[in-house]
Design a protein around this ligand. Sequence first.
Ligand SMILES: C[S@@+](CC[C@H](N)C(=O)[O-])C[C@H]1O[C@@H](n2cnc3c(N)ncnc32)[C@H](O)[C@@H]1O
Length: 497
Amino acid sequence: MTAPIAPREVERFRAAIGRHTGLQFDDARLGFLGEVLQRRLTRLGRPGEAYLHALEHDPPPGEIGALAREVTVAETYFFRNGDQFRALAERVLPERMQIERPGRTLSLLSAGCASGEEAYSLAITAREAIPDPSWEIRIRAVDLNPAGLEKAARGRYSAWALRDTPPAAQRKWFRPDGADQILDDAIRRAVRFEARNLAVEDPELWSPGTYDVVFCRNVLMYFAPERMVAAIGRIAQALAPGGFLFLGHAETLRGVSDDFHLCHTHETFYYQRKDGTEPIVRRPPISAGADRAVATIVEYDGAWVDAIRTATERVASLVPGVDARIATVPAWDPAPALDLLRHERFAEALSHVQARPSDQVADPDVLLLEAMLLTHGGQLADAEITCGKLLALDELNAGAHYVLALCREHAGDGIAAAEHDRVAAYLDPGFAMPRLHLGLMARRVGDREAAQRELTQALFLLEREDAARLLLFGGGFNRDTLVKLCDQALRDSGGRS
Ligand SMILES: C[S@@+](CC[C@H](N)C(=O)[O-])C[C@H]1O[C@@H](n2cnc3c(N)ncnc32)[C@H](O)[C@@H]1O
């Protein structure tokens, strides 16, 4: 019988697990962690203090693995996010095969492979995409949780694990055995499984330039932000230049790494490691002030950017002239431009931004502000050029893609507009405006299903959207007005808010 666990001990337990595994647990999970700690103490017959001290300073062999069995999320299945395997087969592998290399070997890593379904899906995909036996495909799969690795080694799965497996692949690579499906030996032999910890330095695993492709999906979303940044840094180093990284659908590298280009093909997103010659600049997102005054809703029946212009002109006619206090600011500072923006004085804000000194010309935050202000003023060609400069510095800038979506829609290129909106929404899943824009465009072309889906999502996000971002991207409308506009558009599309 062990003594009851004190909250302080659960805190220490959470911190120690986080340090060893990179995993982050919020306060809502403290009760669960308390139960895990209790089970470990009962199992080991140790007092809490002795156990925690050892865990903090020198965990006994196998203890981190034993904890991983308890605390990791092991959900996975074959061909999860099947679009990514199509991109792998049709773009990534052919491209990697074109690269000059000493032998005909491709190296793939499934990092956080759980019970092996992802790694085996890689093996099946590679086998089918590269039938030429002169190519050797090395697939390595690593995980912290020994339970997953044991299951992977058995190669026996439930029908549920094959729920997204193409029927032809299922027939070819599996045979039924009672309620289970047994994986073909050729695929089992193609993957090497190992117990490894992605949260620690591991020079052998992360040897520079090793992998052509890394799948690390639905793993880093459970890491503390700084541990995710470190892990992505190791992956970037271990990928060959031009190698590819696949993350889970809900994971992005925005704000995490500048070492990758974003790829969008086969209706999915993934990343390609830069070749090392591009400039690398990372900046925090722009921070403006509070929400602003209510604007009058305008009838929206054309390009969204026209609605923005209408709002801009309306406001300009209401507030003529330049505020002397703002106009006489001596040294250049972006704050007055934000202040002018807050007061809907877009033309003056743009003049201020464009008068910045040469050392501020390539600041990504200011470029984004300039692009949005150009859009307000209807200077869309210039806005696009400015976005191009910004994306050359910060390719994962969701705001730049949103501004480009507005410009493309105005140019009558709805396909490119929707593509930029989708990139913006992927890069920043909390960004309401690209969803709203997608919904409004879908409504306009009569795609009710897409309109309802996007507008429902936009409505949810608008309620929670950052006030500073609404100021920058809201097109002259405040939160209430945008919510009303979105709500109305949703009803018009037959949806319910
Ligand atoms: C949700 S599963 C993802 C499986 C698969 N990648 C997929 O997307 O279907 C997450 C996996 O990450 C593993 N994991 C978590 N932290 C890890 C770490 N520090 N090192 C290695 N694997 C880790 C877990 O054990 C678990 O098997």
